[in-house]
Design a protein around this ligand. Structure first.
Ligand code: ADP
Ligand code: ASP
Ligand code: MG
Length: 420
């Protein structure tokens, strides 16, 4: 008997009709003789609604407030889980819903961004063995104090993969509002094509660089535990993308996909004293406030003074700016430049390991189209750069076309077919 973990995102449980449809999908899986665990998100828009509701009551963001916000946000998934179990029962399928506390999904205590430590699979297995479908809430668990914590936005993907790993499920299917992983966000780039397969490493980079179709940690967990992961839109239809451990050299494209992440800010600190501890001093206030920096460059000018540029989440800029400024002044900075509306554009592909010239091509394509590049970085399988936020969509389309992604997918499929 096959065990399937099936996750439904917010769009798939948006209203009663969608829940009934999704329940029918599960009923068909059960009819085919599978054991099924369903992981649900909150109904589309609900997590945002609850976040805004909290903001109307308070602007305080200390640990106590974060605890209460997590208690609030976790209710969205509880509503969908119970409704889903009811809808399954209406289809004649025996089902039982469990929330994060009931299934004992243990996490660390980081409110709003917790990491899963363990799942007590005994209860879920017990219900499965009893012939029931188990519907569990995504996005939440409990910490050592017994407080409800959430896993960060998009966290239901991670709940699903963690559940699949804990139960050693045969497959984990993520149902969402697109029929797979595309060469770019199809909402931004209409020429984007669906990928039949994508290497886990590439998916990890795409998720990390802003493709919210899968939460980054879900891909990490799938890689770590060898979970068979599929992203698709609907049951029974062809389509979907399988995340595979590896691709053959012939299948591996130099660039597989383009991804963008708005909401970035860039800070430039110019003309500081070039001391050995310069970076440590300048970045200390950010580390203290738990603010991650992303791209970073550092150079020393002819005059012997240093310049540091880095990017960070623009939402964290206001709280960090004054401490960055005082650290910069303590090292005699001549100027501080802030670009608060930037976007990170990345191209990803494991084929670039063996083929050179991708970074040069990215920079030349963008500059040919007069898109200013503020920061750039190239790693083994990715090239990223920061551009002004209002260039986001143009930059994605230019790079998608410039790397011939609409043709290349077809070419890779043909390669795979001839080498099979
Ligand atoms: P869910 O509510 O099902 O979790 P999300 O909104 O979190 O769905 O993720 C799905 C969205 O991810 C799609 O609607 C799409 O706009 C976006 N997305 C970004 N990059 C990609 C990509 N490369 N391939 C597919 N979808 C993408
Ligand atoms: N409901 C949560 C969110 O909107 C978790 C999820 O849907 O994955 O981020
Ligand atoms: Mg999501």
């Amino acid at each position: 008997m096959t065990l399937i973990v099936t996750k439904f995102g917010g769009t798939s449980v948006r209203d009663a009709d969608r829940i009934r449809n999704a329940a029918r999908v599960v009923a068909e899986e059960v009819e085919q003789g599978h054991q099924v665990v369903v992981v649900v998100s909150a109904m589309a828009g609900e997590t945002n609604r609850l976040t805004e509701l909290a903001a109307t009551v308070t602007t305080v963001d200390d640990a106590d407030a974060r605890r209460e916000k997590d208690a609030l946000l976790s209710t969205g998934e509880q509503v969908s889980a119970a409704l889903f179990a009811l809808a399954l029962r209406a289809h004649g399928v025996r089902a039982r819903s469990l929330n994060g506390r009931q299934m004992v999904l243990r996490t660390d205590g980081r409110f709003g961004n917790a990491r899963i430590r363990s799942i007590d699979d005994a209860l879920v297995r017990g219900h499965l063995d009893d012939g029931q479908v188990v519907v569990v809430t995504g996005f939440q668990g409990i910490d050592d104090q017994g407080d409800v914590v959430t896993l960060g936005r998009g966290g239901s993907d991670t709940s699903a993969v963690a559940m699949a790993a804990a139960l050693a499920a045969d497959t984990c299917i993520i149902y969402t509002d697109v029929d797979g992983i595309y060469t770019a966000d199809p909402r931004i780039c209409t020429a984007a094509r669906r990928l039949e397969r994508i290497a886990a490493e590439e998916m990890l980079e795409l998720a990390a660089e802003g493709a919210k179709v899968l939460q980054h940690r879900s891909v990490e967990l799938a890689m770590k535990h060898g979970v068979h992961l599929v992203v698709k839109r609907s049951f029974g239809e062809p389509g979907g993308t399988t995340i595979v451990p590896n691709l053959s050299d012939l299948e591996a494209l130099k660039v597989t996909a383009v991804v963008s992440d708005g909401g970035q800010a860039q800070v430039g600190i110019l003309g500081v004293e070039n001391r050995a501890d310069m970076l440590a001093v300048l970045l200390a206030p950010l580390a203290r406030d738990d603010i991650s920096i992303d791209l970073i460059t550092h150079s020393v000018g002819m005059d012997g003074r240093a310049t540091l540029n880095f990017s960070l989440d623009s939402a964290r800029l206001p709280e960090s700016l004054s401490s960055i400024e005082s650290a910069a002044q303590s090292l005699g900075a001549q100027r501080i430049q802030v670009l608060d509306e930037a976007c990170k554009i990345s191209v990803v592909g494991i084929g670039m390991r063996t083929r050179a010239g991708v970074a040069q091509r990215v920079f030349s394509l963008l500059s040919e189209h007069n898109i200013p590049i503020h920061l750039g970085i190239s790693t083994e399988i990715k090239v990223s750069c920061l551009v002004p936020a209002d260039c986001e969509h143009d930059a994605v389309r230019i790079l998608h076309e410039g790397f011939g992604l609409h043709h290349m997918v077809a070419a890779a499929a043909a390669n795979a077919a001839t080498t099979a």
